[in-house]
Design a protein around this ligand. Sequence first.
Ligand SMILES: O=C(O)C1=C[C@@H](OP(=O)(O)O)[C@@H](O)[C@H](O)C1
Ligand SMILES: C=C(OP(=O)(O)O)C(=O)O
Length: 420
Amino acid sequence: MTRTAKLTIIPPGRPLSGRAMPPGSKSITNRALLLAGLAKGTSRLTGALKSDDTRYMAEALRAMGVAIDEPDDTTFVVTGSGRLLPPKAPLFLGNAGTATRFLTAAAALVDGTVIVDGDEHMRKRPIGPLVEAMRTLGIDATAETGCPPVTVKGTGRFQADRIRIDGGLSSQYVSALLMMAAGGDRPVDIELVGEDIGALGYIDLTTAAMKAFGAKVEKTSPVTWRVEPTGYRAADFIVEPDASAATYLWAAEVLTGGAIDLGVPSDTFSQPDARAYDIIAKFPHLPAEIDGSQMQDAVPTLAVLAAFNETPVRFVGIANLRVKECDRIRALSTGLNRIVSGLAHEDGDDLIVQSDPALAGKRLPADIDSFADHRIAMSFALAGLKIDGITILDPDCVGKTFPAYWRTLAALGVTYQDND
Ligand SMILES: O=C(O)C1=C[C@@H](OP(=O)(O)O)[C@@H](O)[C@H](O)C1
Ligand SMILES: C=C(OP(=O)(O)O)C(=O)O
């Protein structure tokens, strides 16, 4: 399929209203796929996300002997043997952080060599702390650059009573070790060391998914979890809609003064980004300071929304946005300044957005570089709902987590200029 080079959004000039469902949660789908793949028997995952990130996870599991059927657009039927087999070739995981981190740890449960690799962006995303933690358990894992590729020469087992991990750069290291730990042969305590981690809510998603697949995991202190060596059991599992995807629809609603029915109340999500709903609902009176640490993937949405707020907004607690799909702090300041010079600036790892409600209704032609990052493309599309001339470069990068994004906006009445 040829990729679309760019997409110019035509401001709808009226409130966006109607029904628009976010897809299934990326985070939950990729946890459930892995846990179902580690279990013996057949699991049925419904409401699941089908996107680049979950396809990479499913393909990798297939390469390790897991049978995965896809009877429809939102279901995976996963049959595992209770063991992952060594793949014949390196696992290629694109820029899927969850798949890359989770499979790196799970590779320790394989008797043989697994090479975990990704695209040029993933090869810049740090994985050293996870690899180091695995090495302290005697697992033969190496990542020469501190980023993928990672080579794990597993024996199918590991010896550990306690694993210490610094999740400051990514909570996914902790989630990866927790999911691996149930495959051990004795109880393991997993302890966070170093800086507080952002988005502790992702650890809760992990332990909830583990329990749904039969694991016994318990939080024994604010920074420690004990995992019993139960392995996993096949289960039928419903994936909730994606809260990060929902943030674009919530923001589109308040920006245009519309009424968008997502089919799911904001307070029923278990994912961390659902916290953004209460903040978005305050628009155009967003707080002067927003701590993004516990809703990191919602920050691009909030930052673009902040450009139309009545007063400036400082985003704090977002340092690790610099090691996501791209340096999101830089991508946001670059894009906002492309619209109007001085609209945003960086102060260390904080992002300050100089709000201007008068932006709405103006014609300000700007090509927005997505930096191959789905969230940059999706959040700047929001600016295009109010400003004439916003063009998103590489719009197909939304396929990472929300392939139907442009169609979903179109169904609400958004139109696009044909650039080709
Ligand atoms: O565990 C997860 O599913 C995720 C954790 C977060 O990443 P980090 O833990 O790397 O900050 C988040 O940004 C990512 O989209 C999904
Ligand atoms: C950071 C993200 O993804 P991941 O780390 O899973 O690649 C994201 O989806 O915003």
